[in-house]
Design a protein around this ligand. Structure first.
Ligand code: ADP
Ligand code: MG
Ligand code: MG
Length: 798
């Protein structure tokens, strides 16, 4: 996410009366954007990544890893450095920004990457430089880990009560003696006023008041705490039927208790931190014009589930191994602010005004394609703000985009600042961004901002003050949080409001940012090598979509088309969550993704037609076949990308080899040749001598897991794990071979030779060859662990 505004956030009751006028102004603003920027052409195809990470404290004495709540302090220092560098007229290598958790940090390159293939080679070194930048600001026992979930967030001190054989399940239980194990440094009690969580203290929320308000307002709008539940992984000794709990007794009588109908077999979570407190990897691409942005958006949508599965990295939730590997649905549930009526659980009163019944949380998958020719794939009924759609279309916004925006505008703005309620709609996109950036979808269509009257002022930052934009140019659309930028002197609250029509016409000319799309489904990886590989893969995918590929035999350029009925993309997203999805699931995908010339799409969309006809859907389904991630990514897309690179040329052999190494990694992950981070984590836990095959990830196991990830991810922490004594004690070796095989060593690991070099390290003896089974069907036996450990210890000490 980008900037945070300064101001006084309104509580829910105070915010509600403003919702309609904020939406009206937001519409005016986005209409002004379309008037100002629809004709933009030839913007450079710049792009950039965002990586989120968490601060973890390693307590060697107590053998525990805890979330460090000091990220704000670290950010202050990094942002002060940024200011110093900018003051000398230079561009910082990287930008660091706050995120939802007080233990989280987000980083991006200091300025976007350039449009050339060679620019892809900057990505990994830039990511490595970011880790070097932050390392000077961390305490000796602090680590920045780029992990999707922190395994022990909200874990109980005494976990898992099993039900007696044949006993009636009493449902979730609370008990006075039940406690949450400490998992933050410093420790804070749970049950805060914002989240009402049984498991997580409000103190782990970023100190900027926006985040607390957002947490509380979501809960209040919904009328209850959020409910996040994931199926537990059933291991050989997992108490079954599994009944998570008992939970601590809540001091919040109205919405503090877990839902009585929570089924057995689930890991229960109850607050925003279990979703927005997780990390991800995102990439944003600027298109040369709006038409190109629409094409990129539509073509990338079908890839979001498959690539999430390939990047899977989230197998542990609240201290248990789960039967899923990915984060998306949990984040959806963690910010689901829909009322019971909106969720369709209760009817609207017959004598009152009708309201929306909405199929998905505001954090969800994309609901509609944007190109006119994609309308035949739009088979999901779209709930729209009808007056908004009419206004957008009347203003000339193309029908599919008007529908998309009108769909976003069914939501309420969640956090409003008293001082920023009135905006200059000719120069600000604040209110539009407020709605846009709390509609968190797998792809985001990012219109350019209106140019502000004055350049953004940079306020020296703390997590709790205004932040400059990464580009210094205007509003960021925010990741986790709607983050309107302070780029205008706030108008006085009682300033006369301009007439809407007049304001729509009186917009400011376009600013320097163009039409962009953001790919948002990737899970963050342990190392810079892996994050660079996935980021570069999406960048090459974007080029393939935009430029097509020249056929080596005929010399003609051919184009890809991945579109499919959008309801099937949703089905794929469900499948992508499942444990080991890359190995066991099939995804709907085009049998043939190459089209020659125009794909014969239907003509301009009509405004009435919001659903593809049954004939359209049947025809679109005929193009599909259920395929493995390996077939889609490794056998279809990557060969096309290689053809694209062959035709593009211009790379020295070693440069091409670097890109090929990234493609090899992504292909290997998709096809199961290498393990996903999720599979690696699961294996690590199951091979740990303290693991009792009961799905429970104890503090001790978590400590060793965090040490292992720290050692893998940072050259300066290579010594974290494993010591010969660790290995002799039977701990699983690092086994990076399974993550990326024997590919030439990644940049980040290159200085990590003592441990990662198969000749000399503990990895060598225990690393499975890359052709061996990748997911353990059962944990390695104690004898094989002991044998591996002895050999590893011998190797390590030689
Ligand atoms: P978000 O809206 O997702 O919070 P930003 O829009 O601030 O984030 O930035 C997301 C990414 O976009 C960063 O990697 C940044 O480098 C990149 N970026 C910034 N400007 C451009 C641009 N003009 N074109 C493409 N990418 C850009
Ligand atoms: Mg973010
Ligand atoms: Mg983002």
């Amino acid at each position: 996410m980008g900037l945070l505004s300064q101001g006084t956030p309104l509580d829910w009751a105070d915010a509600v009366p403003h919702a309609e006028s904020i939406r009206a102004d937001g519409l005016t603003q986005v209409i002004n954007v379309f008037k100002s920027a629809s004709a933009r052409k030839n913007d450079p195809r710049l792009w950039g990544d965002e990586i989120e990470g968490v601060l973890v404290n390693l307590d060697e004495q107590g053998k525990a890893a805890r979330l460090g709540l000091r990220a704000g302090r670290v950010l202050d220092k990094l942002m002060a450095e940024e200011e110093d560098i900018k003051a000398t007229g230079r561009t910082p290598v990287a930008l660091w920004r706050p995120e939802y958790g007080r233990y989280m940090l987000e980083c991006t390159p200091g300025s976007p990457y350039g449009p050339h293939v060679k620019d892809l080679l900057q990505v990994e070194p830039n990511m490595v430089a970011r880790r070097e930048m932050i390392s000077g600001h961390l305490r000796p026992n602090e680590r920045l880990l780029t992990i999707t979930t922190f395994p022990r967030l909200g874990a109980l001190a005494a976990p898992v009560s099993s039900l007696a054989e044949g006993a009636v399940d009493p449902g979730p239980q609370m008990a006075p003696e039940a406690e949450v194990a400490p998992f933050t440094e410093p420790w804070h009690p749970q049950h805060g006023d914002a989240a009402h969580s049984l498991f997580a203290p409000d103190e782990l929320i970023n100190t900027h008041p926006r985040f607390r308000t957002l947490t509380a307002n979501i809960r209040q709008r919904r009328g209850a705490k959020v409910c996040v539940a994931v199926p537990v992984f059933r291991d050989t000794n997992t108490p079954w039927p599994f009944r998570d709990g008992p939970y601590p007794v809540t001091p919040h009588p109205v919405d503090g208790a877990p839902p009585a109908d929570l089924p057995a077999g689930q890991i229960y979570m109850d607050s925003m931190c279990f979703g927005m407190g997780n990390c991800c990897l995102q990439t944003t691409f600027q298109a040369s014009c709006i038409a190109e942005a629409r094409r990129l958006y539509d073509q990338m949508i079908p890839l979001t589930p498959v690539l999430m599965a390939v990047s899977a990295a989230a197998p542990i939730w609240r201290g248990y191994l789960a039967d899923i590997d990915c984060r998306w649905n949990q984040i959806s549930a963690s910010v689901d602010d829909r009322t019971r009526r909106e969720r369709g659980l209760e009817p609207y009163p017959a004598d009152g005004p009708a309201g929306y019944v909405i199929g998905k949380s505001r954090y969800g998958s994309v609901d509609s394609y944007l190109e006119a020719s994609s309308d035949r794939f739009n088979d999901l009924p779209l709930v729209m703000n009808e007056p908004a759609r009419e206004r957008l279309e009347a203003a000339g916004v193309p029908a599919p985009i008007a529908r998309h925006l009108a769909h976003l505008f069914i939501r309420d703005p969640l956090v409003l600042y008293r001082e920023l309620l009135v905006q200059d709609n000719a120069h600000s996109t604040d209110h539009f961004e407020n709605i846009q950036s709390t509609n968190w979808q797998t792809m985001r269509f990012k219109p350019p901002p209106l140019a502000p009257l004055t350049p953004p002022s940079i306020v020296p930052s703390v997590a709790a003050s205004a932040m400059p934009s990464p580009t210094g140019e205007g509003p960021s659309s925010g990741e986790a949080i709607a983050a309107p930028v302070v780029n205008l002197p706030p108008p006085t609250v009682d300033a006369p409001k301009q007439d809407q029509q007049e304001t729509e016409e009186d917009y400011c000319l376009e600013g320097p940012l163009g039409w962009r799309v953001e790919f948002r489904s990737l899970e963050v990886q342990f190392t810079e090598f892996e994050n660079a590989a996935f980021a570069v893969f999406t960048a090459l995918l974007a080029r393939l979509i935009v430029e097509g590929v020249r056929c080596p035999t005929t010399g003609t350029t051919r184009h890809v088309d991945f579109r499919m009925p959008i309801t099937l993309v949703d089905e794929n997203l469900e499948r992508a969550h499942r444990r080991g999805a890359v190995l066991t699931e099939k995804f709907h995908f085009r049998r043939d993704s190459i089209v020659d010339g125009d794909d014969g799409g239907s003509q301009a969309a009509t405004s009435e037609d919001v659903r593809a006809s049954p004939e359209d859907v049947a025809a679109a389904r005929d193009l599909l076949e259920e395929q493995s991630a390996g077939r889609i990514v490794a056998e279809t897309i990557i060969p096309l990308i290689r053809q694209y690179l062959d035709a593009a040329g211009g790379l020295a052999p070693e440069q091409r080899a670097t890109l090929d190494r990234y493609l090899d990694l992504v292909a290997g992950r998709a096809s199961g040749r290498y393990q996903t981070n999720a599979a690696w984590i699961r294996d690590f836990v199951r091979a740990h001598p303290a693991y009792k095959q009961d799905s429970h990830v104890s503090d001790e196991i978590n400590f060793d897991l965090m040490r292992a990830i720290s050692a893998i991810s940072s050259p300066s922490h290579a010594a974290d794990y494993p010591t010969p004594a660790d290995l002799a004690a039977g701990l699983p070796a690092l086994n990076t071979e399974r993550l990326w095989g024997s590919l030439p060593r990644p940049v980040a690991a290159a200085r990590f030779a003592p441990l990662s070099d198969p000749e000399t390290s503990g990895c060598a003896s225990s690393a499975a060859s890359s052709t061996e089974g990748i997911i353990l069907s059962a944990p390695p036996s104690a004898t094989s662990r002991a044998a591996a450990a002895t050999a590893a210890a011998a190797a390590a000490s030689s």
